[in-house]
Design a protein. Sequence first.
Length: 433
Amino acid sequence: MNSREEVTHSKFHRKALQVKEAQSRIIEYAKVLDTEEVPLYQSPGRYLAEPVYAPHPFPAFNRSGMDGYALIAADTEVMNEGDLIWLDIVDNIPCGAVPAVDIRRGTAARIMTGAQVPQGADTVVMLEATESREVDGLLQVGIRKLHKAGRNVTPIGFELREGELVLPAGRMIKAGDIAVLAAFGIPFVKVIRRPKVGIFATGTELLEVHEPLVPGKIRNSNSPMLEALVRESGGDPVMLGAIVDDIELARSKVQMALESYDLVITTGGVSVGDYDIMGDLIRENSGDMLFNKVTMRPGSVTTAAVRGGTLLLALSGNPGACFVGFHLFARPVILQMQGAVQPFLPEWTAVLGAEYSKVNNYTRFVRSRLEIHEGRLYAYPVSIDESSVMVTIKDSDCLIVVPPEERGLSAGDSVKVLKLPGEIRGLESMAGS
Ligand SMILES: Nc1nc2c(c(=O)[nH]1)N[C@H]1C(S)=C(S)[C@@H](COP(=O)(O)OP(=O)(O)OC[C@H]3O[C@@H](n4cnc5c(N)ncnc54)[C@H](O)[C@@H]3O)O[C@H]1N2
Ligand code: MOO
Ligand SMILES: [Mg+2]
């Protein structure tokens, strides 16, 4: 067999891996990147590099939950229902002040919501439940009802005890985490650096977005889609344009990208066609190839390699396959590089909203819309879900996982879905219905 025949032969005979096996092969090379400090306001969406323990109890003092009077509950026990007892007002405590006087039996302090409850007091009676009077120039508060100790007082450390773990490492920072960090006086947050992801497309047919359409050509829609997906995953995309189907060009571009970025994603040219140069290029160094076939649809031709320690993910050019391949392989890598605790798409269970009769010898990942009816989650396959179809990507909330052995699925069947990131589009279409 001459070398030309060998190339042709290896092009067609690919060893297909199961999705999980392919995922674990690449995730092994997704090492957590180094850390950096970012201002608190820039930290949403970033992943915490180290756990945060409460540096002090929170709240740091016994906090009043009402505008009213801080007093000793036992002072209200002695009375008969309806009687008034009068306590001397010895202090007035706004928020931000330290109480000047301890509360003793027979006394009370006027206090505002959020202010520090004075020593001795164990309850706060709301303003509306009190009366007031002045006796010989001395202000007094009148209480009519029995009040329990602890009422309207949030004790020190009620939310968090000092030293308690609040935010584990690997957590994606959201608004609630920001509140915790701000409350604990952390103006700069240690997060994992964003992975730099080089993206380029191959295909002689590809035009730039701004170029006018000409016969036979199409605009490169995968690269901008991948750019958005990388950004959505917390990565820092670097657009390297599109190249014509020329293996020399592709080789130098791949080399440059692998030397410059944490991850390289390409789209196009991984099947068996005459101009499918990315597949050929990766097979040249078969030693560093991780896989070039996965038992999935779309995206069966998804190919991955590791060169000089850097991952190269060659996604299919077919837009549907490119999209699915990104979510199953690129996104977990980008998340894992940021130290995310759970890099894979979450698995949910839904009710299949409509019959799905297509069967396959490979697992299908069917782009689908999610809706909620009477509190139950339904997944509806998009109208057209072929690998080559671009337009229904925008309508997808999840991917229904259709195992290869199914004989087709009926409406009402329970299905496993992989939830795609972001808001649920199906809920928008339900609005007003
Ligand atoms: N004889 C066979 N043909 C094909 C097979 C096969 O097993 N045997 N597999 C099919 C499957 S499955 C897929 S998926 C595609 C994979 O194609 P490639 O990854 O090689 O991608 P291309 O050939 O470059 O392009 C396919 C399709 O996608 C369009 N495309 C490419 N790049 C972009 C882009 N950046 N933006 C938008 N659209 C893009 C391209 O014009 C083609 O229409 O192969 C099947 N064939
Ligand atoms: O790789 Mo193709 O997308 O399986 O349809
Ligand atoms: Mg091709």
